[in-house]
Structure formats: structure tokens, C-alpha cells
Design a protein around this ligand. Sequence first.
Ligand code: HXC
Ligand code: NAP
Length: 300
Amino acid sequence: MPGTDNSGNQLPGLPAAPPPGASALPTGTFDGVDVFVTGAGTGLGKAIAAEFARLGAGIVIASRKPEHLEAGGEAMEEIGARWLTVACDIREPDQIAAAFDAAAEAGFHPSVLVNNAAANFPVPAEDMSPNAWRTVIDITLNGTYFCSREFGRRHLAAGTPASIINIGATYAWTGGPGFAHSAAAKAGIVNLTESLAVEWGPYGIQVNCLVPGLMPHEDMTADIKGNLSRTNDKDSCQPALRVGAPRELGWAATFLASPYARFISGHTLVVDGANWQRRSLTNPAVVTIRDQMGKGAFTF
Ligand code: HXC
Ligand code: NAP
């Protein structure tokens, strides 16, 4: 039985997360601080923005789709935060600059940037079109760099301290069968974090990376939901015996950007209940990605 040992004892797994709305940081930690979060109209980005908002931050949400911008704005309104949404495709440096300009005009001066937006879909590597590869690299890796560049240059010019939090994934280290494009992009993000932390540390800019484990949420794309539905029991497949709650990533993000983490830079923090270390000499039988995805034999 999942979640039990050979004697039938129920295993506890890691303790549950505190309830929504709880916080480890003092009330008002981010009073007077503005936070720019890409892709914060959905899923983990929205959860990260919510935790900053609860601690007093003003939130700027940047993404492409009006319905996502609207959903993000509604979530911030419910919390009672100052917020702004800006339409922006992070593949386009000019649109990113315009988004920061629009924020400034509206009185938002972000000193925290969360590079959360990403693109991903499961596909066997041999089936992937050049444009599919380019699209994921362009949004996930190039977009993260372009946003960091715009934000970093503004703070360097102004001489003001700042904090960047990139969002990675554990297949940066393991490889990501079925997700070769995203895994390569996330490996680039971990590496970029380290370069920028050293280059910009002398100017007062921290650069860290946060890596979520499996954190399902209702906004996941149909492609990702479909991929997850092929696994029987998400909780019992994790050493924690549970998946992560999006707010657990939000709490980690607020800590990294808080005054209590000022000496942490160039670091990648994994919030996954030790799932990515779960590897032994005997693994489950190999099933090809094609078979896992129910695809027929490859034809050229
Ligand atoms: C194969 C696909 C595909 C699929 C798109 N493409 N979906 N190929 N399988 N399922 C190909 C297209 O055919 C096209 O190539 C190219 O990718 C670009 O597709 P477009 O639809 O034109 O791109 P665009 O409109 O820019 O949209 C980008 C997108 C889309 C990535 C395709 O899904 C998107 O906007 N996603 C944003 C949200 C997202 O991806 N979230 C996931 C983050 S979760 P051709 O050759 O036909 O032109 C995550 C980790 C989760 O990262 C881990 C959980 C386990
Ligand atoms: P999600 O709900 O699909 O969010 C992705 C967001 O990125 C969307 O809000 C989307 O908004 C935005 N986006 C995509 N392309 C963009 C572009 N070109 N320009 C601007 N914004 C763009 O996914 P999620 O699960 O919350 O994932 C958030 C982050 O966590 C990602 O970096 C992901 O790789 C990482 N992650 C998630 C999990 C998990 O279990 N959920 C696990 C590992 C890593 P628009 O469509 O409006 O542009």
C-alpha cells in the first residue's frame, strides 16, 4: 500500500505545510518594497506574489495573456495589496523595458525581481521541432536573462540594492527525459544565477535561484496536467509522501528577498522534500518516453 511500510504501518512523511496566510517573517517585512513577478497571474508565480503581498509589498505582474493578468490582479486585490499588471512577452527586450517604464510611471519601483515565467510541454526529443526547442529556450532562459538585464541595469545606474530570484527545476542536474528543452533552459538558469551573483554583488544586487519540486495547481497547462495524470499517485511517489504546496515556494522566495538573507547570493535553494535525490542502484524498469506518452514507433 502506498504510504505504508512492509508491516502495514502508516508512514507519516514530512509534516504538512502551515495553513494559507501563515508567515515566518514579521508583518510588514516588505512595506514600501515593490516586487516584479513574471508569470504571476497563474500557479506558482501567483502564490509567490501573494506571499510578498501579505507582507506588505506592492506587486507588479507581467505576462502575456489578459485573462492571466486579470486573475493575478484579482488575487492581489483580495489580499489588499497595491498592484499593477503589465502585458509583456519576456522574449522581447523592448517589451520588458516598456513594462518597467510603465511600472515606474504608476509609482512602482521594484527592488525585487522574480523570474518565474517559463514555457514547457512534454515531447520526445526526436519529435521536437526546431521552433519548439527555440520557443522554450527563448521564454525560459532568454526571458530570464532579458528581465534580469533590464532590472540589473536600472539598479546599477541608480546605485540601489536589489534582489533577483530565478525559478529553476531539479532536472537542471539530472536531465529531463521528455523535457529536454526545459531541462537545458533550467540548467542555464542555475548557471546564470551564479554568474550574475558574482558580477552584481559588488553593486548590492543579490541573485539566487529557487527550485520547486512537484507543486500541482489548478492553472497547470493541459500538457503538463496530462503528463502528471500518467503517474498514479503523486504523494506516495515522493520521499515526503506528499507534493509541495505553492505557498511553500512563496515562503522561500520571501525569505530569500528579506533582510534576513542579505548574505545569501549565488545560491540555489531546492524546495522539493528531497525528491530529486531519490535515486538508487535499482530503479523502476525503463519505459521509453514514447511509450510513457502513448506514442507509436518513431518514423523519420
Ligand atoms: C510538441 C509543441 C507543443 C507540444 C507547442 N509546440 N506545444 N510541440 N508538443 N505539446 C511547438 C509548436 O508546434 C511550435 O512549433 C512551437 O512549439 C511554438 O508553439 P506556439 O504555440 O507557436 O508558441 P507560443 O504561442 O509562443 O506558446 C508557447 C508555448 C505555450 C510554450 C508553446 O505552451 C505556452 O505559452 N506556455 C506557457 C505556460 C507554460 O508552458 N507553463 C509550463 C511551466 S511548468 P512549430 O514547429 O509547429 O512552429 C514547468 C515545469 C513543470 O516549467 C514541471 C512539472 C513536472
Ligand atoms: P504556469 O502556471 O504555466 O505559469 C507559467 C507562467 O509564465 C504563466 O503565468 C504565463 O503567463 C507566463 N509566461 C509564459 N510565457 C511567457 C512569456 N513569453 N512572457 C511572459 N510571461 C510568460 O506554471 P507554474 O507551474 O506556475 O510554473 C512556474 C515556474 O515554476 C516555472 O518557472 C516552472 O518552470 C517552475 N516549476 C514548476 C513546477 C511545478 O510543479 N508547478 C515544478 C518545477 C518548476 P502568460 O501565459 O499570461 O504569458
